[in-house]
Write a protein that binds this ligand. Structure first.
Ligand code: NDP
Length: 258
């Protein structure tokens, strides 16, 4: 009974920015659980390569080019996935950017807008477009990738634009959960600590002093791996989380305890 609830057979899932990092791990986790997965990614070759690798493992995965900041493209991809597969059950809003280590006083308009357009605007366009389909079906599960940066202020790198964008993701998550809860659509977020992906290579690989601070500030004394976030996403996407909506699930190795 309990294991059955984690199965996703017959479900259709979309993962934005799923060509690498956390998104690629989410695509694999959902695919292994039985879902048909569509990787929607701004770098099409990356998405195709990731999808091909997962198909090679026997999973049902395809890719589509999508820049989440273009609302008309988001609408078109949502319509196409619904037309091709008849339904959309799961949306993982993973696409996000972090060009960190820029002080607030040095942040240009373009740098601020870039983060807001991908992390907040794009995420909302996806919730709206894919959410409409889920509301029409009367069921669906949206998992937004937030961040511990939406709860705390990172040290030592300044990144006010990113932190603000992720706090917005968290409150948007709660707002949509409240609006759509009675109509069968659950909306949750995961708030990860530092995860070893290309996005964090500026600290993990290129800046040993910064990396040391990150580890010192983490009770578990390590960063996370993409699959450790993908398992939380899998749970939230599945019927095992049937009572969970509006939650910000922190997966941070204890970072926010101190
Ligand atoms: P990566 O940069 O490794 O992967 C993100 C993918 O999304 C990239 O392929 C990226 O392409 C793509 N992408 C960027 N912009 C868009 C867009 N407009 N439309 C569609 N796809 C896009 O990042 P991570 O896997 O590390 O992060 C995934 C999510 O997790 C992000 O939302 C991030 O903020 C969040 N997160 C990550 C943490 C970490 O420590 N890694 C910690 C907390 C949260 P491109 O390379 O061109 O940018």
């Amino acid at each position: 009974m309990y294991l059955e609830k984690l199965k996703l057979d017959g479900r259709v899932a979309v993962v934005t920015g799923g060509g690498q990092g956390i998104g690629a791990a989410c695509a694999q986790a959902l695919g292994e659980a039985g879902a048909k997965v569509v990787i929607a990614e701004v770098v099409p070759e990356r998405a195709q390569a990731c999808a091909a690798a997962l198909v090679g493992q026997g999973l049902d995965v395809e890719s589509v080019a999508l820049d989440v900041t273009k609302s008309a493209s988001v609408d078109a991809v949502a319509a196409k996935v619904a037309e091709d597969h008849g339904r959309i059950d799961i949306l993982v809003n993973n696409a996000g950017v972090a060009r960190s280590d820029v002080r607030a006083e040095d942040t240009s308009d373009a740098h601020w807008r870039f983060h807001m357009e991908v992390n907040v605007d794009g995420l909302f366009w996806c919730c709206r477009a894919f959410g409409r389909q889920m509301l029409a079906q009367g069921s669906g599960s949206i998992v937004n990738i937030g961040s511990m940066s939406g709860l705390i202020v990172n040290k030592p790198q300044p990144q006010s634009f990113y932190n603000a964008s992720k706090a917005a993701v968290h409150h948007l998550t709660r707002s949509l959960a409240a609006e759509w809860g009675a109509r069968g659509v659950r909306v949750n977020a995961v708030a990860p600590t530092y995860i070893e992906t290309p996005l964090t290579s500026f600290g993990i690989k290129e800046n040993p002093e910064m990396y040391k601070v990150w580890l010192d500030m983490t009770p578990m004394g390590r960063v996370g791996q993409p699959e450790e976030i993908a398992s939380v996403v899998h749970f939230l996407a599945s019927d095992a989380a049937s009572l969970v909506t509006g939650a910000i699930v922190v997966a941070d190795g204890g970072y926010t305890c101190w």
